[in-house]
Design a protein around this ligand. Sequence first.
Ligand code: SF4
Ligand code: SF4
Length: 191
Amino acid sequence: MQTLTNRSKMVSNKKMTFMERIYLPAIFKGMSITLKHFFKKKATISYPEQIREFSKVYRGRHVLKRDEEGRERCTACGLCAVACPAEAITMIAAERKPGEEHLYREEKYAEVYEINMLRCIFCGDCEEACPKEAIFLTDRIVKSDYERLPFVYGKSLLVEPVDPNLRIDISGRQTENVLQFKQNKRFAHNR
Ligand code: SF4
Ligand code: SF4
């Protein structure tokens, strides 16, 4: 019969030999493969008891940074939301009131800032687009859940703590090349 592709195989109906019928050689062959893997270094770990160290430039859950004085850096310009290919970021901007200078660095700030982690593809475009060094991806992971709502992260989960000892270190992401890129006025979002 004419075959449709060249991947078809002819099945042999020849009688099995004595060695094939007792299956022992096949069993020993399988066992030898198992034994070989038994002494190899394991590719898996016992998470969550063991935690794998992530790369410094791992793109995990986001942080909204504060400046040296503890003020929120985000000015609700919306560039991160525009850059986001997954449309995962939403925000509502508000004007800073007199007396709030210690809370927000800029005259405008994000009253509401949300990232839908179910939509996010952790591409890092929001981080690249931000002109205020306000949003960064980190080596922390998004926790699993059975519901959808907890995956919408608001400011309470995104903004880093005021306490300098609890700040999220993103210095590993700020390589020389990244800093140069962010200062390059050729890119519209750096102007
Ligand atoms: S990492 Fe990418 S997908 Fe996720 S919020 Fe930022 S821009 Fe959007
Ligand atoms: S781009 Fe930066 S400053 Fe602008 S809204 Fe996003 S996080 Fe805030």
